[in-house]
Write a protein that binds this ligand. Sequence first.
Ligand SMILES: Nc1ncnc2c1ncn2[C@@H]1O[C@H](COP(=O)(O)OP(=O)(O)OP(=O)(O)O)[C@@H](O)[C@H]1O
Ligand SMILES: [Mg+2]
Length: 302
Amino acid sequence: MSALLDRRLVVVTGKGGVGKTTVAAALGLVAARRGRRTVVCEVAQQERLAGLFGVHDVGNREAELAPGLFSVSIQPERAMHEWLRHQLKSGALAGLLGHSRLFGYLTAAAPGVTELVTMGKVWDLAQAKRRTGGSAFDTVIMDAPATGHALALLRAPRTYANIARVGPIARQAGSIDAFLRDRSATGVVCVALPEEMPVNETVDLERRLGEDLGLEIDQVVANAVLPERFDAGEVKRLREAGTGAAVAAALIGEQRTRGQQEQLARLRAEIRAPVTTLPYLFEPEPLRRELELLSDRLEEAQ
Ligand SMILES: Nc1ncnc2c1ncn2[C@@H]1O[C@H](COP(=O)(O)OP(=O)(O)OP(=O)(O)O)[C@@H](O)[C@H]1O
Ligand SMILES: [Mg+2]
């Protein structure tokens, strides 16, 4: 994990609802605590991240969530405007082409262009000298969408570099693609729950990243792992204790914990990347204190 946070960009993905935003925030805290100026960027207008830190109405600004930790929400339409302005070097032309109806036209007519401009914005945030101005970050954590969409985002620069071949678009898409493939610059974290389907999806993601894009997962985070409360002797005694709601609940919990341990073992066996675990938090919403706890655990895992 230590080497991971030396990269300029860390992409956090995984199945829907497994804890990507939570892990991205916790990783952001770890990086910021190490003195790296860090930004966590959300895509596709989730705007959940700042809420975890009690900061609201972030909009497009780079909001400071904690000392040295910022968040930004990337909006494709706005990213497209910025990109056109930079490509065309003319505000008037960019205004014409960046008209909102044209955004709709381009996204429909040129598949993957939304993904390209989104990755362009993420890439720009990770550059020591940002094209769009603003002060530089040492670390960018991308709270990426779920697996399928994340793969589309990671693939878009290469697709455009190949289609355009020459000229400024090809050059820039090529630079973004090279940055994503450079393992000293970009890391990939996959979050999973220790359950059958998320484990399958993680195994599948590792294969597709490798086969389609030549990328590797650097770290798998198995999230929300239940504590092993009872040893074998205690389970036996509980079983013998017979009925009662508390006994039944304890046995059901024990069975779930055992199921998780089996899936964790399968994850470790089937995945090449190292696997670290985060505990289940018995709070409905991981608040700041819980995020700190998760950050401590991620730091210990290094
Ligand atoms: N370790 C944990 N223990 C308990 N609850 C957790 C844990 N991690 C995350 N959660 C909860 O699970 C839910 C989903 O988490 P989160 O929003 O981080 O997932 P996500 O993968 O970003 O979801 P989405 O795919 O919708 O973006 C949230 O309610 C969050 O508070
Ligand atoms: Mg999320």
